[in-house]
Design a protein around this ligand. Structure first.
Ligand code: IMP
Ligand code: MG
Length: 177
């Protein structure tokens, strides 16, 4: 068994309730007859997006983009994007699905790249909005949880690649390691 990496912060029940709410909001804004294309950021959003998209009971398409800026618990400031070259969103209604909006650096770069491709609309859905480290103010249209600046792992979120497969979300505590 994998030892808990710190304090349990969002349980399976809390995650499920947040996903139900996010799915209801997106379904409300995008009725079934409206076009909907989802852009999922890897690697952290894997489980979140898989669980959210299966709650969106309507036609949709999606693409995956790999975005990274973190080394350990610090944002490196340099944003790497991979996978955008194949994406055609011109005239489409797009919702970006990302795990955490923290400093805003990653999403500011990604959203700018997507705007340059002339979508009809571009919205942002994040599982977690952290408010304690903001560098670029970005507004998310759909937010699962809001918190200050604790470093989280589990449910796709990692510390140096570890803990992503934990089904619940923990505050990472290096002292328990
Ligand atoms: P930003 O560019 O600082 O907004 O970074 C956002 C990205 O950093 C998120 O999409 C995550 O992939 C990663 N990240 C930010 N905070 C955490 C955390 O607490 N745990 C794991 N990854 C995080
Ligand atoms: Mg991310």
């Amino acid at each position: 068994m994998q030892p808990a990496p710190g304090k349990l912060t969002f349980s399976k029940q809390q995650i499920d309730a947040a996903l139900d709410q996010l799915a209801a909001e997106i379904m409300h804004d995008f009725p079934a007859q409206k076009d909907l294309h989802i852009i999922i950021t890897l690697q952290g959003s894997l489980f979140f997006a898989a669980d959210l998209l299966r709650r969106l009971d309507r036609p949709l398409t999606y693409d995956l983009v790999r975005a990274s800026s973190y080394i350990g618990r610090m944002s490196s400031g340099a944003v790497l994007l991979d996978g955008l070259e194949h994406i055609d969103i011109t005239g489409r209604q797009v919702v970006v699905v990302d795990d955490i909006l923290d400093t805003g650096l990653t999403l500011s770069v990604l959203l700018q790249e997507l705007y340059m491709r002339h979508p009809l609309s571009l919205r942002l859905c994040v599982l977690i909005r952290k408010t304690g480290n903001i560098k670029v103010p970005i507004t998310a249209d759909y937010v699962g949880f809001t918190m200050d600046k604790e470093f989280l792992v589990g449910y796709g979120l990692d510390h140096n690649g570890q803990y992503r497969n934990l089904p619940e979300i923990y505050t990472y505590d290096p002292l328990t390691k």
